[in-house]
Design a protein around this ligand. Structure first.
Ligand code: CP
Length: 326
């Protein structure tokens, strides 16, 4: 690849960055803010003239999805297309891992075709970091097991920053539901802590990981306690694909006790907003009238996802270009 040429004075970062984005944990505040600033610029372009740029001309990207996805995969593909990258995608069921090839060998094969960056979703926590250790290409984590989903965390932060008029300090963000299996919650917790907001988590005891306080979260005993006086709530899906049997009595009971419904949303501060990473299970973790209501940022988050992925891909490609020149 040739190093992407910066376009537009002041649009893009001058900060050093890695060719990988594996998580928001340990991402320095300056770099996090810089990524959000870049994503906000891309969001303005999406809302205005559109994105039709050459930032990633000459960069080859492979989206390797070993778990299902709509939002993440489509938005990465759109970002790659709009920035002029050469890009291909495959899913686990149509790759040779289905014939017994290892994950690493499969990606090494694709890397041999001169791919510069991989966007990887995998059910195993740590898969993205493992690949980053063994590949010369850059690796962007698109969700690894219960560990992190950094671009989801960034788009949540971008939507919140707009709602909070740019200031996270003093803000309270409730995260409700299946915390134990949520890579979205982990990335959000790291990002909120870095930016100075307070995170309050709530959910069934069986879905609340021990030691969650070490990520800076306060644990509320009920959904009402979490939402009362909060500036935002992030409702989480029950991640049954990662859940052992017997952790919940029933979906109906869960919705009654932990669901984010219209009555509970009234406990938020005036102007408080509702987020959900998707996919939503309406009537379970979130009521339909809340998802479609005036406080909901859910579809705004999806648009932010394209902007964030443009910013992340450009950052990783630029870092890779620098590393190869060094
Ligand atoms: N939020 C999220 O990761 O959605 P997808 O599984 O559809 O990508």
């Amino acid at each position: 690849m040739s190093a992407p040429a910066p376009q537009g004075a002041g649009v893009f970062s001058r900060l050093p960055a890695s060719r990988h984005l594996l998580g928001l944990e340990r991402l320095p505040r300056e770099e996090l803010v810089d990524l959000l600033d870049q994503a906000a610029r891309f969001r303005e372009l999406l809302d205005g003239p559109g994105i039709d740029r050459d930032d990633l001309r000459g960069v080859s990207i492979c989206n390797a999805f070993f778990e299902s996805s709509t939002r993440t995969r489509v938005s990465f593909e759109l970002a790659e297309q709009r920035l002029g990258a050469t890009h291909v995608s495959f899913a686990s069921n149509d790759s040779s891992t289905a014939k017994g090839e290892t994950l690493l060998d499969t990606l090494r094969v694709v890397q041999s075709m001169r791919v510069d960056l991989f966007v990887v979703r995998h059910p195993a926590s740590g898969a993205a970091a493992y690949l980053a250790r063994h590949l010369e290409a850059g690796v962007v984590n698109a969700g690894d097991g219960c560990h992190e989903h950094p671009t989801q965390g960034l788009l949540d932060l971008l939507a919140l920053r707009r709602a909070f008029a740019g200031r996270f300090e003093g803000r309270r963000v409730a995260i409700v539901g299946d915390i134990a299996h949520s890579r979205v919650a982990r990335s959000a917790l790291h990002g909120l802590r870095t930016l100075g907001a307070t995170a309050i988590v709530a959910g069934p005891a069986t879905l609340m990981p021990a030691g969650i306080e070490s990520l800076g979260a306060q644990v509320a005993p009920t959904v009402e306690d979490a939402l009362r006086g909060a500036d935002a709530v992030i409702a989480l899906r029950l991640q049954r694909e990662r859940m052992e049997q017997g952790l919940l009595a029933s979906t109906a009971e869960y919705a009654r006790v932990w669901g984010v419904d219209a009555r509970r949303v009234e406990l938020l501060e005036p102007g408080g907003v509702v987020l959900h990473p998707g996919p939503m299970n309406r009537g379970v973790e979130i009521a339909s009238d809340v998802a479609d209501g005036p406080r909901s940022l859910i579809f705004e988050q999806v648009t932010d996802g394209v902007a964030v992925r443009c910013a992340v891909l450009r950052r990783c490609a630029a870092a890779l270009g620098r590393e190869r020149r060094a």
